[in-house]
Design a protein around this ligand. Structure first.
Ligand code: ZN
Length: 518
């Protein structure tokens, strides 16, 4: 169950919103200016409070500031003052942290990455006539992809570093950077260099000028964020939702929040589209939510609804796959044979990587670990089953026992690790017992090299001793348990936004040459 971050004021504002309104923004692709009428335009709710707080932060992030860590992003919680997102740091384009996971390069030994185009069946914009694309154009596009993808996922680089990383000559890199700059996709920042000689400019993905809107739909909280190229989170809006609601209402709500972000972003920012993470089964290709039990949605054409309402191309993906993709792309790479389980407010999701590739299953819905049966008899589950993993291993039950409100996941993690609250410790042991049943099934069925636990499952894991952690997979059959590594990963609140934005960025990364001049 989602943990409400609402306030009485925000609850009061969670009544039926206005109909979808027209949003006018500038498309990154020439000839496809988005100015679509999706309603009567009434009820514009541009929030001065949210806009002022957000634009104060975003406005400070000029292109040249990309080499300066922006610090924690502001989140505008409806009806309250802006505050930082707990556990969310945003990404500084100038952080210089090593990034693994570009689409184009072989992964380092033992590491793999989720390719976002696998999640969305991304295509280049329809105006492209591939038959007329010459071989030279194809090579140029590929090289532009390589350079932009490197800067997007791994952060700023000097030209010689780009040449080294891509294997391209310095002169070719110079031409490619010039073209990317002309299209407004990268900027140059002169950074002081140690030693003598001229300072060498740093090439930075233009996270301030090229953005996507990320949406995360939980059962009681809706989050909408403006995310810049390079993984810079500019602004986050959070709104309470009173449980499962009609998808049309959620679409209205998202449309209104997107309009606020577009207004705050201003005309100088180009917005590529919207990416939405949904806790449920999403049909890859057309963004139809087949079933999202915690939202009580079935067969909802969410991508088409939001595209029509906002005029921004919308792509929808499963939240766990989206988080894993961002963890892979912006993180340290992933094991080639990995099972991922993430405990979120809306339940337990998951995904599978086998031999370096995301496993989709026959229809694209593999990885629903939250609905593995672990208790008989057990509690009824929203999926219609009984005794599913997520009915027994649940964040809201831990929060209730710990008497926490869920606003700060680090508080729960700290309480679990202290192990000084007897009731919480009892509940943690009970939940870990059920998690062990699920992990036994995981190991027996898939023989993964790594089990990665995210969200509150990571906190549960990290609260245990080494011996207790090993016991979670020790009862699997035979030799499979001998080689599996189990570890936790944090940051899903940030990763879900970065990953959702990637759903919109993936088309750009495939064809930077189709972007019009800045
Ligand atoms: Zn279930």
């Amino acid at each position: 169950m989602a943990t409400s971050r609402s306030t009485p004021a925000s609850r009061a504002r969670s009544t039926r919103p206005s109909p979808p309104r027209a949003i006018s923004t500038r498309s990154v692709y020439p000839g496809t200016l988005t100015d679509v009428t999706g309603g009567d335009g009434a009820g514009s709710t541009s929030s001065p409070t949210a806009c002022a707080s957000a634009s104060g932060r975003a406005g400070a992030q000029t292109s040249s500031s990309s080499t300066t860590p922006p610090g924690r992003p502001l989140v505008a919680v409806r009806g309250t003052a802006a505050r930082p997102v707990s556990g969310t740091t945003g990404r500084s384009a100038g952080s210089g942290r090593s990034r693994v996971g570009p689409i184009w390069s072989p992964p380092p030994s033992g590491a793999s990455r989720v390719v976002f185009s696998d999640l969305v069946h991304a295509t280049t914009p329809s105006r492209t006539d591939e038959a007329e694309t010459s071989a030279n154009d194809h090579i140029r596009r590929t090289n532009l992809q390589r350079v932009l993808t490197l800067l997007h996922y791994r952060g700023p680089r000097r030209r010689p570093e780009i040449a080294l990383a891509t294997g391209l000559t310095r002169s070719t890199v110079g031409l490619l950077v010039a073209e990317l700059a002309q299209r407004g996709l990268v900027t140059e920042v002169v950074a002081p260099e140690r030693g003598r000689g001229r300072p060498s400019p740093m090439i930075v993905a233009n996270g301030d000028g090229v953005c996507a809107i990320a949406v995360n739909t939980e059962s009681s909280v809706l989050t909408v964020a403006l995310v810049g190229l390079g993984g810079v989170v500019h602004q986050v809006l959070v709104e309470a939702v009173d449980g499962a609601e009609d998808p049309a209402l959620t679409c209205d709500r998202i449309t209104r929040l997107v309009a606020e972000l577009v207004t705050c972003a201003g005309p100088e920012r180009r917005i590529l589209g919207i990416g939405v993470a949904v806790p449920g089964q999403v049909q890859v290709g057309d963004g139809v939510v087949r079933h999202a039990p915690h939202l009580d949605w079935r067969e909802v054409p969410l991508a088409a609804m939001l595209t029509a309402a906002t005029g921004l191309t919308t792509t929808v993906g499963n939240d766990a796959a989206v988080i894993l993709g961002a963890t892979s792309a912006f993180g340290d790479g992933l094991a080639n044979d990995l099972v991922y389980l993430v405990g979120r407010p809306s339940g337990v999701g998951g995904a599978i990587i086998s031999r370096g590739r995301l496993v989709h299953g026959a229809s694209g819905y593999a990885g629903e670990w939250g609905h593995v049966p672990v208790a008989q008899p057990g509690r009824p589950c929203v999926c219609g089953g009984v005794g599913c993993l997520e009915t027994e291993v649940a964040l809201d039950r831990l929060l209730a026992v710990a008497e926490l409100d869920g606003d700060d996941p680090e508080q729960l993690a700290a309480a679990l690790i202290r192990r000084d609250q007897p009731e919480l410790e009892t509940e943690a042991r009970r939940q870990l017992g059920h998690l062990e049943v699920a992990l036994r099934t995981v190991v027996n069925a898939l023989n993964p090299g790594t089990i990665l636990l995210g969200g509150f499952l990571a906190a549960l894991l990290d609260s245990r001793t080494e011996h207790e952690r090993s016991a979670l997979v020790a009862r699997a059959v035979g030799a499979a348990a001998e080689t599996v590594t189990i570890r936790g990963t944090y940051g899903d609140a940030e990763q879900v936004l970065l990953g959702a934005a990637e759903l919109a960025f993936v088309t750009l990364l495939r064809a930077p040459d189709l972007v019009g001049p800045a």
